[in-house]
Ligand binder design. Sequence first.
Ligand code: G4P
Length: 529
Amino acid sequence: MSIQKEINKRRTLAIISHPDAGKTTLTEKFLLFGGAIQTAGAVKSNKIKKSATSDFMEIERQRGISVATSVMSFDYKDIKINLLDTPGHKDFAEDTYRTLTAVDSVILVIDSVKGVEPQTERLMEVCRMRKTPVIIFINKLDREGRDPFELLDELEDKLSIRVRPLSWPVGKGFMFKGVYNLYDKSFNLFRPNKTTLDDNLIVVPDLEDEILEEKLGSEPLKQLKEDVALIEGVYDAFDRQKYLEGELAPVFFGSAINNFGVKELLDTCIQVTPTPRGRETDRRMINPGEEQFSGFVFKIHANLDPKHRDRIAFLRICSGKFERNKFFHHVRLDKSLRFSSPATFMAQEKNLVEEAYPGDVVGLYDTGNFKIGDALTEGENLVFKGIPSFSPEIFKELINTDPMKTKQLEKGIQQLTDEGVAQLFVQHLGNRKIVGTVGELQFDVIQYRLLHEYSASCRFRTLNFFKACWITSDDEKKIEDFIRYKPENIAQDKDGNLVYFAESEWLLNKAIENNPAIQFHFNSEFKVN
Ligand code: G4P
């Protein structure tokens, strides 16, 4: 089969949500439809339960599960769907952001009772940044949720995206009757059903059909007619182009646990979601259909067995064909590498991959060659754009508590930060090591893993910084003056880029205001521009 044919039958997407909105449940139903699993409960949630936020063993256990569910591939109606998993816990948000760089579209799950939640807003910010097409699934219609019109307004308001309902609920909670599909005018009658994949589709030529009155009752039907008239009056017809540009999100309603509205979502998904897209690099745009292979690493996972320090690097294929045992060019290291056991992971099962195509993700066993963002090609030197590190928000000084193990600590912290667990900075004055993360939990993970995987012990001292941002300027002198003025607030990241640490929002704004010749960057994208 030609590369183009392989591309046309692939979709690579992620389901994202604020924890507890129903991401895992929806994922599981997708896999059931795709025949990838046979029973509900086969996919374990990789969320770290709230009760165990500092339980290291729990973290390790969850990390193990998340390798197995990193990429779940299944076939649905001749389309190969690669579903990339994202951690739900907010402390691992950066992991999620990076995973979003490897997908071509997302499904955002919203809890109909809670509406837009904080993590939903942040995830959407990342999608907007990358103009990722978004489909919204409003879940838990079997609960007494919010008014659907109110939810749509909130989505537009808080997520800064235009929405277009493609299905519409009749009733909610105990009175939930089902969902009307505005696209093909079918009605899906609700019957709680947690175990099978049967549907109860009633297809009606229009809303005047008698069967609807019989099934819904006259009041709910009247309400539906009014709602539909309002929707058709207020919202423009669904425009796929606008969806593909990330400006317009189609909205579906349903109940994942009851397997309700899921099939409609999946059917629409394969019709509207984009096939694997091209990727920008510092040199040129890479088109998926090119003969020459290219791909980038977006996630690195340490092996769970502390005796073996090898890791798994997850590579998204961007163009051409990946082949097992073929030599590829590691751009950053200027080195030829080949992979004898590239793998996919699925519900605890590991499979050897012989070849893979754009949109696919393969797991490569790695002994320390890879860093997040690394490119593999057939010889071309390029750096993929759009795989940023974000400025962290919690900062602590790393203090070595066992001088005999200094080397191990050094190696451990370098490797863990290569994996993207946290970011490492070295302070300009005094060479202190500063670890920056987006969540408290990562410090526990680092301390635990340094001890168990590298036999190094450390403690952390809290630093009172509010934000770190990268600084650049065309005027060397201005940067030098700035460093001289605030030496204790300046550090270098692992690549030697200068970073400014601000103690407060006010001080940060002041620094920006007083130094117009200096650019302050809040993610690392400037490095590849
Ligand atoms: P997450 O991955 O987004 O964190 O959410 P997850 O799917 O784990 O779902 C969170 C909770 O919401 C689960 O309940 C799940 O059963 C429930 N849920 C998912 N979809 C629906 C739905 O359509 N209706 C209702 N009423 N509930 C739904 P839990 O009690 O936290 O876990 P569990 O004990 O059921 O596994």
